[in-house]
Design a protein around this ligand. Structure first.
Ligand SMILES: Cc1ncc(COP(=O)(O)O)c(C=O)c1O
Length: 401
């Protein structure tokens, strides 16, 4: 028998399969067996892509945009993005400092491969988007997990950041708004972090702003606008969340020219330019008002209020209403070590499995995001599903003692 453990690379073996995908798949399997499962797992808008963007893709195909695009992206979209970054984010990047990618995930991957040498340290504050860890490891970097707490609003403090920096630190990576906590940093909070970055000239910052439009209570601030940070920041963004375009695979990054050029080189090595007619649809999406994005955000806002209220009403669940994204990340550790019948819940992972297998509600254990006390729920689903799912969770947790 071939021993594939001896064959597969250490870096691929070192990366876990996504627990989000596992939980979502398990929920789908149960559904296909006729169970009425409510899935609060997957991080994608439940809205369809706005019709005018779909039409733009069809028109672009008809107009012949069916060939390879230039590696770093179509000039039309790079221009539109340069204008968008200036107008909406206050960031000044020329077209050759912007690289269009196959989704934001590829933008993160390009930047990780462009920057990391073996064992360069990558600081990632918890809770972090799961892919950061795997991408950093595959690119040869060494994740350094910086714990944040619910008391600090799941935000890293300047002191904690400073303590995590070593002479091997190459990168700080975080999402703002944050998947999974929904935390949104204020300008003052970001300024305090930038002051630490300024002290360490070798350190770069990957600011993942893919949820920038989905904010409820305070404005989104781009890290690259802070003093001295334009050169030090790789801004990651894309169309998946704000424009409900997950399946289109359209993202981008903006960075100082040498970094952008290196990212384009990585992209040219691994794949090619993003889909040409999708990029042209991206130009049309950016050219319109953000009315459709605002409507979707208004809907997430009322669902945020609903799910926060319902969770706050469950004993032993400690919750912070998220200021952005469509995720909520309650602390459920008060229930660990309890039993219901002959089922004992030792970890949040056990709890999530039990909630799914016995109570038909699918969530994602927080350990996947670096916080084993919490679980993540996506509220990019109907209010009816939110009520049903949280109702089931309340009933289930009530059985534990
Ligand atoms: C924080 C964060 N960054 C990046 C991505 C990836 O976005 P894309 O679909 O554009 O690759 C996601 C998707 O869940 C995300 O949550």
């Amino acid at each position: 028998m071939t021993d594939f453990d001896q064959i597969l690379s250490k870096s691929t073996r070192g990366v876990e399969d996504s627990i989000i995908i596992k939980m979502a798949q398990r929920a789908r399997d149960l559904k296909s067996k006729g169970r009425d499962v409510v899935s609060l797992t997957i991080g994608e808008p439940d809205f369809d892509t706005p019709q005018f963007i779909k039409q733009a893709a069809t028109d672009a195909m008809d107009a012949g945009f069916t060939h390879y695009s230039p590696m770093p992206g179509m000039p039309q979209l790079r221009e539109a993005l340069s204008a968008k970054l200036k107008a909406e984010n206050g960031l000044t990047y020329s077209t050759d400092e912007i690289v269009i990618t196959n989704g934001a995930k590829q933008a993160i991957t390009n930047a990780a491969f462009a920057l990391l040498d073996p064992n360069d340290e990558v600081i990632m504050p918890t809770p972090f988007w799961v892919a950061y860890e795997g991408i950093s490891v595959m690119a040869g970097g060494k994740p350094v997990i910086l714990k944040t707490t619910s008391k600090d609003g799941f935000k890293m403090t300047p002191a904690a950041l400073e303590a995590a920096v070593t002479d091997r630190t190459k990168l700080l990576i975080f999402s703002n708004p944050c998947n999974p906590s929904g935390a949104v940093y204020t300008r003052d909070e970001l300024e305090a972090l930038a002051a630490i970055v300024r002290k360490h000239p070798r350190m770069m910052v990957m600011s993942d702003e893919i949820y920038e439009y989905i904010v409820f209570d305070k404005p989104h601030v781009s890290f690259g606008t802070l003093e001295g940070m334009r050169e030090r920041t790789i801004t990651i963004n894309g169309f998946s969340k704000g424009f409900a375009m997950t399946g289109w695979r359209l993202g981008f990054l903006a960075a100082a020219f040498p970094v952008a050029k290196a990212c384009a080189k990585v992209q040219g090595t691994f794949t090619a330019g993003a889909n040409a007619f999708v990029q042209m649809a991206g130009v049309i999406a950016l050219g319109e008002s953000r009315e459709e994005c605002r409507k979707m955000t208004a809907s997430y806002h009322s669902r945020r209020d609903l799910i926060s209220r319902l969770l706050a009403d469950i004993p032993g669940v400690s919750v912070r209403p998220p200021n952005g994204t469509f995720y909520i990340f309650p602390d459920v550790s008060a229930h660990l070590g309890k039993t219901a019948g002959n089922h004992r819940v030792e970890t949040v992972e056990d709890l999530c499995m039990w909630l799914l297998d016995e109570h038909d509600v699918a969530t994602v254990p927080g350990g996947a995001f670096g916080d084993p006390d919490c679980l993540r729920m996506s509220f990019a689903c109907s209010e009816e599903d939110i009520e049903k799912g949280i109702g089931r969770m309340k009933e289930a947790l009530g059985l534990l003692s």
